[in-house]
Design a binder for this molecule. Structure first.
Ligand code: MG
Length: 240
């Protein structure tokens, strides 16, 4: 019987990728760098790829938090022939980008309706990030009142998909893993990770681009797959 529903934040509830891409293009405009709007999509995608690369290094312990920001800024600026002259300059460039990123914060349209529909469950967040960066998103977008506990990897000291962070969240709620579901947009990090810790794992696959391999991997791992949070209340109801 599931009584606790835990969520990933970025790209599950919060439209992170949308804000990242709008943010970096706005920042480029502010810098006067890109005049050709036909390059926007490619540049936004490149910035997202660099986040994947360097944020993964941070989560794996190969870069510290500011180090991943500096590396990402340097790699992004390099094709423009721009090199931040110091670590401080790279961090400043990133801080300026963050203003534009914050201006583009939104929730996925299905987030609040789903949370409202799940009022009979205790709700929480497990996010791979640092509290001072993640909590303002929850506050600014009106999510905070829905959640009993927000678990960040930065505070806890281990990252998803390590089972320990899922088990920690269950302990904070005082429930067995069998009583908790975890919902996230990353198949391995979120859903399969949760199943590995004994929770019900739900993969939110909003993309139409993932192939049959990912779907087969999800099924083989015992993960439930939804394409919108709209499907979540019925799924959890059916599992009860
Ligand atoms: Mg996510």
């Amino acid at each position: 019987m599931i009584s606790v529903v835990l969520f990933d934040l970025d790209d599950t509830l919060f439209a992170h990728r949308r804000a990242v891409e709008e943010g970096v293009i706005a920042h480029l405009r502010e810098m006067g760098v890109v005049a050709d709007p036909t390059r926007d999509a490619a540049e936004a995608a490149r910035w997202t790829e660099l986040e994947e690369l360097h944020y993964s290094s941070y989560l794996a312990g190969r870069l510290d938090y500011l180090g991943q920001r500096r590396s990402r800024a340097r790699d992004f600026l390099s094709p423009y022939g721009m090199t931040p002259e110091s670590d401080a300059a790279a961090e400043r460039w990133f801080e300026e980008y963050l203003h534009a990123y914050r201006s583009a914060w939104t929730l996925h349209e299905d987030a609040l309706p789903a949370l409202t529909a799940l009022s009979g469950y205790r709700l929480g967040i497990i996010t791979n990030g640092v509290t001072h960066f993640q909590q303002p998103k929850l506050d600014a977008l009106g999510l905070t009142p829905y959640f009993e506990h927000v678990i960040t990897s930065g505070d806890f000291g281990a990252v998803k998909p390590d089972p320990s962070i899922f088990l920690h969240a269950c302990a904070v709620f005082g429930v067995d893993p069998a009583e908790a579901a975890y919902v996230g947009d990353r198949l391995n990090t979120d859903a399969i990770g949760a199943v590995g810790a004994g929770l019900t794992g739900v993969w939110l696959n909003r993309s139409t681009k993932t192939g049959p391999d990912a779907a087969a991997e999800a099924v083989a791992a015992g993960v439930w797959v939804i394409s919108s949070l709209e499907e979540l209340p019925n799924l959890l109801g059916a599992l009860a």
